[in-house]
Structures are given as C-alpha cells and as structure tokens.
Design a binder for this molecule. Structure first.
Ligand code: V07
Length: 251
C-alpha cells in the first residue's frame, strides 16, 4: 500500500487513483519557523520568510496530489502578542507572497480564500488579499484557504452572535437550530471539514484552530520545522491518511 501510494506516483504529474482515498481537505498548522531561524542564528523573520517559500512548494504539491482544499494557519488572533516588528513583518508576507506567486497560482487555476477577522489587519494586507480573492474567485482548481487573524473561539463566538441576531429578527426559531445552522455561520461555510490536519515542529495541540471542523479529522504530527517541510513529507502524511480507516463514530 505504502509502495503503491508513495513511491509509484512520486515525481510524476499524474493524479492518484480515485480509490486511493486522497484527503479532499488538508489543514496545516505551519509551526517552527522561529525555531528554524534560531537553529541557524538568524532572526525569527528569516524563518517566516523561508516558511513563505515552503507554502508555495506545498501548494503546488497539494494540487499535483489532487487535494481539493488546503487550509493554512498563517496568523492567529493570539499572534498580535508578538513583538511589534515581527507582527509588521508578518503582515507584509501576504502581499509579498501574492506579488511573487499570484500569476503562477492563476495559471494553476487555484482559488484563493481567507478566513479570519479582517478588522485589525493593516490596509495594505487587506488590499493585497482582496485583490487575490477577486482575481481568482472563478477559478475551479485547488482552494487555497489562508487562516489570517483567525481564532476558532472567535469564529464560534461570532457565529453564536449572528444566530442570536437571526432569532431576535424573527427569521430563526431556536427549535430550528441544528449542526447545519452553526456550520453555515462559520468561516468555512461552503467547504468540507478537513480530512487531515498536519502540524509541524513537534507541538501536539490545536492552538485554537478549527475546533468545530476538526471533530472527525485524522491528525498527523511531525518534528520537522515548517521551512524544512517538503513535498515528500506531504506525500508521507497523505499516504498514511489513505491507510487509516475512518469510522465517524460508527463501527
Ligand atoms: C505567513 C509564512 C508561512 C509560515 C507561517 C508564518 C509566516 C503566506 C501567507 C499568505 C497569507 C494570505 C494570503 C497569501 C499569503 C502568509 C502570514 C504569514 C501572515 F492571501 N505565508 N504567510 N501570511 N508566513
């Protein structure tokens, strides 16, 4: 099985067989950029910049594998607590990433999406991101979904607030609330739940990432720092996913 999935198709452009059980939606917590830099006696921002290049590599490979949705945790609601200079640098990365790679992403039919609160983001970041969203909104290939100023508790709080407003307006009765009601108010509306969560750099926790959506997902952890994460690591994670049976609480 591992042979079949991991080696036979490696380095070929062909998509994997339909019955290979490729995860449709893969979510990644891209951790370890700062530690990657420290190991090399470089500033943390050098790690973030290298991590941005890894994003490009992994998007390309995800597309090649046939993954439909790739959600990447780029900036959390907690990341504002970092030093001012680091936050300023991070906020320039979406613009730099898109300046460098958007033409390629368009050629590859990738659709860029964002989830998170736009409010606190600098205007230059919002502009870069909005432009990419509108330029790719009709693309039908891989959905590249960046979590930017995202926190899952924040997302759920906003959903509850909106549902409360619907009730107050009389457009919703509490007896009608079901799981779909909640899903339709989350920032992932229209996307399937992640089949596979990957976290790099050896930390084994969720850090306020997609708490609702990851309820039934498989988790795959690696000690590798995000800037060192390679196409082969992604294939290894996908290949292990394909071998695990998921039961959704059934038998
Ligand atoms: C960021 C690079 C990856 C490692 C994690 C932290 C640093 C790509 C983006 C991005 C975001 C939105 C968008 C296009 C690109 C990004 C931040 C940090 C804040 F539309 N990488 N990357 N954004 N890092």
């Amino acid at each position: 099985m591992l042979d079949k999935l991991f080696f036979r198709k490696k380095s070929h452009e062909q998509k994997w067989d339909l019955d290979d059980n490729i995860p449709s939606h893969v979510a990644i917590i891209m951790d370890g950029n700062g530690r990657w830099a420290r190991k090399r006696a470089l500033p943390r921002i050098a790690g973030h910049h290298e991590g941005m290049k890894t994003v490009r590599k992994i998007v390309k490979e995800a597309n090649r594998i046939g993954i439909k949705v790739l959600t990447l945790y780029a900036f959390s609601t907690e990341n504002w607590k970092r030093p001012r200079e680091e936050v300023d640098f991070l906020m320039k990365l979406p613009g730099e990433f898109l300046n460098t790679f958007l033409p390629d992403l368009i050629k590859e039919n990738v659709q860029v999406r964002i989830m998170g609160k736009k409010e606190l983001l600098p205007i230059h970041t919002v502009k870069a991101v909005d432009q990419a969203i509108s330029q790719t909104e009709n693309n039908t290939g891989l959905i590249l979904n960046f979590a930017l100023n995202y926190g899952s508790r924040d997302e759920i709080t906003a959903a509850v607030k909106a549902i409360g407003t619907d009730i107050k307006n009389g457009t919703l009765d509490p007896s009608q609330i079901n799981e779909s009601t909640i899903e339709n108010h989350l920032m992932t509306q229209g996307l399937s739940d992640p089949d596979l969560l990957i976290r790099t750099s050896g930390e084994v926790r969720l850090s306020n990432f997609m708490l609702w959506q990851l309820a039934y997902s498989e988790f795959w952890f690696t000690e590798v720092y995000w800037p060192d994460f390679s196409e082969d690591h992604l294939r290894e994670a996908v290949s292990q996913f394909a071998q695990r049976g998921r039961r959704f609480g059934g038998v």
